[in-house]
Write a new protein. Structure first.
Length: 585
């Protein structure tokens, strides 16, 4: 990375002039019309050394100009009052650098020197309920962050974390009992074996859950039965466990189908139930620390801190009837993850409206030794995706829109826009373009913001859209294929012959900066911005340089290799966003 190379040089110059070398940090210039890179360290050093910043910057630049490789490396190195340092590389140095990374599959992006172990919790589907549009953002944001950290060299474990152990399980058990009272699962005298095939399908569960939920709200006796069934399930009643396994198996099969369509994949399919064995341990830990106390019949732990500007309620560990809540299973899950993986980070990609819940859980875990000091717990929140009316997506009758139906509508829109060309697989291409439309639209927005999903806008083949990026990739692919048909081959990168070529080279070098910042901020939108800028420069480059018609074989070979590297960067970034590419469009 060129900024790293320049930073080393500037650090050496600051040190040689008697200043702390950390002031030598070099960044990409925000004003490319003035210079390619800049160093603002003299402005900060001025206060520490009680000197005017331009005096420091002049000293540093004069030293830099005295170094051995200055003439070959720089086309510009100057100070600008009050003390900024502007730098631009020589075209030859820039070309040589791009050539040096041209055969690197990582395009110059280095792996982490001190890799960390990261557990990322994302997805969060619930058993017995179909995925709806609200499940889209955690799935694709989490998948992108997971892919990014893996690419940067970290060990990453993605866990879907199924909602399979709460009150909704008890509600469904009670409703199935009402509908099918003669099933053996409800006979306390029955000793098994229980049926291997469920007496219902997933569509039945889809209908059962809302009925059970409404009955719980309307009928206090029904609600008490649901609580009792939940308690019995969590305490291992054999018939309920066998019935619950049917719920999970049917649900996972349906959920997998949707996640596979989204190209979202998990390393673990653990649920809240998997942490159940760890609940006694965390309760004993909290008791031994003297943290548990009674409040309105429930056992809770105080998590308030003096610096709190708003009230943070105690976290409920278990109710008076002994039943546990989400906070308890989340604590037990932390215990399990610490024992199984000893992670450096546990990241939770969950709706930002759950922020207070995670404050409670994280404080309880950290304050009482459930999470060791080496393990950082982090909530990666996100806003909502809304329709053009500014409200969450609904069906025409006002119901929750299923994610499968939403994806179908996006793919149908893509299918209408794809030309029926020879050699184009319409169905496959529509699927790829549709998902690119959906994912780029979502990920290009900073995750914490709510945003409006405008299909007409985001499915356009112009502007900051997934189809535009795919079209650029396919266009480069077509050019490269034509060049190969003419038996042309890429050759050594030579000095740029235009500003757009120069900027394209610099943008390729910026890949590592973009990925590092995206990882630091847990923000895939930074990758989206980078890949859009790269695609725009690529379009400008091949409009300015007619590679196929170029007679000079040196230029043509260089341009061909530059396009090849650009295509490699595009493909890498799209993969990190979870976006596939078609061969033709």
């Amino acid at each position: 990375m060129l900024t790293a190379q320049l930073t080393k040089l500037m650090e050496a110059s600051f040190l040689a002039c008697g200043y702390d070398p950390t002031y030598g940090q070099v960044v990409t210039s925000a004003r490319q019309d003035l210079c390619q890179f800049q160093c603002n360290g003299a402005m900060s050093a001025a206060k520490a050394y009680k000197k005017a910043p331009f005096i420091i910057s002049d000293e540093v630049i004069n030293h830099l100009k005295s170094t051995e490789h200055f003439e070959n490396m720089f086309s510009l190195a100057e100070t600008v009052k009050p003390g900024f340092i502007n730098l631009s590389l020589s075209d030859q140095y820039l070309a040589d650098y791009i050539e040096s990374i041209s055969e690197d599959s990582r395009v110059g992006v280095e792996k982490a020197t001190d890799p960390e172990k990261i557990v990322i919790d994302y997805g969060g589907p619930n058993v017995a309920k179909p995925l709806h549009v609200g499940h889209l953002r955690p799935a694709i944001i989490g998948e992108s962050i997971k892919r990014l950290f893996k690419f940067l060299g970290h060990e990453v474990i993605g866990d879907v974390h199924l909602g399979d152990w709460g009150l909704q399980m008890g509600m469904i058990i009670v409703e199935v009992n009402r509908l099918y009272p003669d099933l053996p699962y409800f006979d306390p005298e029955y000793e098994g074996p229980y049926p291997t095939e469920p007496p219902f399908n997933f569509s039945d569960l889809e209908e059962i859950y809302p009925i059970a939920s409404n009955r719980c709200k309307e009928d206090p006796d029904y609600n008490e039965k649901a609580k009792k069934a939940t308690f019995d399930l969590q305490n291992g009643r054999p018939g309920y466990i066998a019935l619950w396994k049917h719920f999970v198996d049917l649900s996972v099969k349906d959920i997998l189908t949707i996640y596979n369509r989204l190209d979202v994949h998990f390393d673990l399919w653990y649920g809240e139930s998997d942490s159940n064995a760890y609940v006694p341990k965390i309760i004993n830990t909290l008791k031994s620390k003297g943290a548990l106390y009674e409040s309105d019949g429930a056992m809770v732990v105080d998590v308030t801190r003096p610096e709190d500007k708003k009230e943070i309620p105690p976290i409920i560990i278990y109710k008076s009837d002994g039943s546990i809540l989400y906070g308890t299973t989340d604590l037990a899950t932390i215990e399990q993850r610490v024992e199984d993986f000893d992670p450096d980070y546990i990241l939770y990609v969950v709706d930002s409206r759950q922020a207070n819940h995670f404050i409670q859980v994280f404080r309880c875990a950290s304050d009482h030794g459930i999470a060791p000091s080496k393990t950082s717990l982090e909530h990666i929140g996100f806003g909502t995706m809304n329709g053009k009316d500014g409200r969450p997506f609904k069906t025409r009758d006002g119901g929750i829109l299923k994610l499968a139906d939403f994806i179908d509508s996006i793919e149908a829109n893509a299918k209408e826009k794809i030309n029926d060309k020879e050699g184009v697989d319409i169905e496959t291409t529509a699927r790829i373009v549709g998902l690119a439309t959906l994912k780029y639209a979502d990920l290009s927005n900073y995750r914490m913001k709510d945003y409006v999903f405008d299909l007409d806008k985001f499915s356009s083949f112009e502007g900051k859209t997934g189809p535009y990026i795919l079209y650029t990739y396919v266009r480069i692919n077509n050019i490269m294929n034509k060049l190969r048909e003419e038996l042309f081959q890429p050759s050594t990168i030579v000095t740029p012959s235009s500003e757009v070529e120069r900027q394209l080279m610099l943008k390729i070098d910026n890949l590592e900066i973009a990925l590092t910042l995206a990882a630091k901020d847990r923000a895939p939108n930074i990758i989206c911005e980078y890949v859009y800028d790269l695609a725009t420069l690529a379009n400008g480059f091949y409009h300015a340089h007619h590679i196929i018609n170029e007679k000079d074989p040196i230029k043509r070979g260089s341009w061909m290799k530059l396009l090849q590297i650009t295509q490699k960067c595009l493909l890498l970034c799209l993969d990190l966003l979870g976006i596939q590419v078609p061969e033709k469009m």
